[in-house]
Ligand binder design. Sequence first.
Ligand SMILES: *[C@@H]1O[C@H](CO)[C@@H](O)[C@H](O)[C@H]1NC(C)=O
Ligand SMILES: *[C@@H]1O[C@H](CO)[C@@H](O)[C@H](O)[C@H]1NC(C)=O
Length: 612
Amino acid sequence: MNPVTWLFFAVSVAAAREYSDEELASFPKLFHLDEYKRCLARTDGLYCLGTFELTPAVVPHPTYNIMKAYSEESYRHFNRTLIHRGYCLSLRCPLELITSYNATVLFERCADHYSQRSHLRASLHTLHYCRTHDDFVTRKPETPAEHMLKLVLYALVLANIVGTIYDSYVVDTPERKKSKLIAAFSIPANWRRLTFIREGGDPRQTALTPMEGVRVLALGCTTFAHASIFHYGFYTTNPEMLEKVTQRADGIFLSNGTSLIQAFMMMSCFLTGYNLLIYSQKRELGLYLLPLCIIKRVVRITPVHMLIVGYGATWWMYSRDGPLVSTTIGLESAACKTKFWSHFFFINNIVDPGNYCVAPTWFLPVNMHMYIVACTFTLLLWRRRRFAFRLYILLFIASCFMTAAISYVREYKALTYLATPEEIRRTFRDDPSFTEFYISSWGALPACFVGLIFAHLLFELDQRKIKLCDYKCFVYLYHTCFPLLFLWPLTGIYARAHQSAFFIAAYTAFDRPIYCILMVISLLGLFHVDGPLRWFFSWDGWRSLGRMSLTVMLLHWCINITIGARSMAFSTSELDVIVDWSATHVLTYAAAVPITVLVEFPMQKFLEALIF
Ligand SMILES: *[C@@H]1O[C@H](CO)[C@@H](O)[C@H](O)[C@H]1NC(C)=O
Ligand SMILES: *[C@@H]1O[C@H](CO)[C@@H](O)[C@H](O)[C@H]1NC(C)=O
């Protein structure tokens, strides 16, 4: 970034009016929650949650005018003319309770009553719910879905017990082989698969070990970004702090660092292409193998995916009790119920994309679609690697320009432009840039082609026995690109200062592919250049953690919301985000061990034994 741009940016920021703490303190609280359990524990308890629109009760109203001006800067401020309230009406406004018993009307009157103290009128904008003591104490009967999930879990536990006993006591004899179907559920065998670090094997695959470290740490960054956005989604007592973060370098880093997810896609397509190319030296490949490849993939992903979506549709709701549960967990849980089958068929990012069930599941269909693309191309072109390499470069460039053109026409924006407080609060729901572009499958095409190019490149280097560490210029390139992986997201600072439609489209289209290319160079360096970085990323522990990645990627979302859904408005800070993130990580990995050992690995072996 050149000094002139810095200056321009500094001036444009300075031009925006800064608000004093006193002014901020004169605004009505943005969020408020009364005690929930205490309220509904009383037999006459009535609790309502909703959003109100404020208007001035007297004109002129200087504070209201400031609030309005403040809200108009929506790129960095919450809408302060909307206030979010959870009121215990039975304790807060008992007098009105006697005169009318229509909860909605009562709620509005109550909020209005309190707003009049600051000479404002409050009218109901959205009512989330009103709950009485009876709603609170009556337990809902078990739904068929919950019953199903319970049976599935019983069956899994039983299968694991039987499988373990069978595998330990039945001995393989030449006449009678052990049943693979039952032995698939052996806990010790699956535990070994999780923890055992295999030595030897194909040296080309062993050389990829540093990638495991990269993936595990990148997943950690993703969960950190999620832990931060949850603080926007719940009720906080100091939303000003969240507003500031969206403008700070670390906030821009987090929002723009989401390009990382495309690097995951790239690595997955790379592995697909690379492994198929290695395999092609042993066996002829052909398109007829495609169904086999797809089945193998589905068998690996679907059991855990469906288990977590099933959990999302049922018991997730009961993982916490509090006023915000039904508007956060409840919203996604309802989506899990209605979209269950779209998850099964890997189309949940296409069907009703704005309504997400366990949001990170969007990654799975995109990844599957890209997997099919990568497999198809490799199975067709594995003989003509030179031609394929050139074709992929062409397709990569074409897909980037296609993305730019579509972004220009449909006005899609990179996530860093969308990261405004109100948008993050709604997790980008109903923003076309997110639902139609960010989580779309076609948006990942450039990453997929980068992955395929990378696969061919590495394969060719192996074939010609070229070690890149012998090339000084590559070593320099690698040592430049690796830190750039961490600096690249900061280009969002520059990007945000430029709002022309052309620039936004170009940035949206090229930001993620450039990140993928930086990742390719860094990975090549890690594979080929010895040094502390390579040792660090090749640590054996990463490999065991990496084997739980699928579960962790999906489950951390559920666990993080459950942790975040506190029953009172809380004060937030960087430290609180780190605390939530750490707790999420510990609990997620703790839960991922049994899920991986008792469900993912055995189900994969079981289904493979059944099908093949
Ligand atoms: C804030 O919310 C109110 C009520 O929905 C709306 O009329 C207004 O346009 C919003 N302000 C901004 C800046 O979006
Ligand atoms: C309460 O009153 C509002 C507005 O008059 C009406 O729309 C709503 O249906 C009423 N609710 C009940 C439970 O009677």
